[in-house]
Design a protein. Sequence first.
Length: 313
Amino acid sequence: MHAFTLIIICRDEHDEADFQAIAQKVAEQAPDIRPVVLRAGSGKLPSGDLWSRPVLIVAFRSTFKLVPQRGTVLRVRPVYKTEQYELFLKAGLNTPKTGVFKFGMKPDPAEWSNYVILKPLRINSHGLGVHLVRTRRVPALAPDLFKAGHPIHRDVYLIQQFIDTGDYPTHFRVETLLGEALCCRTIFSSRKRPSLFASDRMLLNGAMASNAAITSANKTAPARDDEVIAFARQMDRAIADCPVKGCDVLREVGTGKLYALECNTRGKSWAFSSPDGDNARQAFGSKQAMIDHLGAWDAAARGFIERTRADAR
């Protein structure tokens, strides 16, 4: 007799077979849980009285057709960088100092470090509109320094403490699900960032993001770094109501200190079968190699089982 119902709602662009395979592992490892996989556009459950016991719904989309009759719903949602910053601080994680940028502001280098990054809050820039600036030069920035189409004219902009990851901007991306790490890789720019001794103009115009949208400007490769993986799991738990995340971690060159940069919380980071994950799958050699890298399906099953038993209502 099942004690719990687990309903997994996947996105239309994801391979439903991924979640069926994970659900099978849940069923094998936790006989007390009845797992069901649905697409977001389907509201039809299989036969059986699935609502008669405590239910956990885990949705990879913020909206879906199923109408819950009971239970806890964990769904993806946008969590802006400013909110993430506060959540990481609350969780006791190292994270770059972050605030809202305003023209004319006078950040103190003693608080922000000698260099800061300017970046959009909401626009999915893929590295566009990200700039490195000497902190003492921030008060001199003016709108006319940026072209008319620049995102700084239409988005809220952030100012963020610069964490130096080396001459070629680099970060780790760890795919997490319900507190478990499924996959880890590095993403690094093939374009050298400007020297920190360069002119103000060269710094402002130089390539600074390791996720740049320029063709062939960024590369990705598998990584298995236990310290980074453990840190990313802490990032995931700091935003526990969002089930799936792409956690971006920085490692400071020289000190090796890790920083929580940000998380993709919108549900599109499922690189195992999303269209945007093609480069990642190629980097591992195949989708199966990517799954096997950290035992993704077993880790996912652990996360589903733990949260179902803890949170189903």
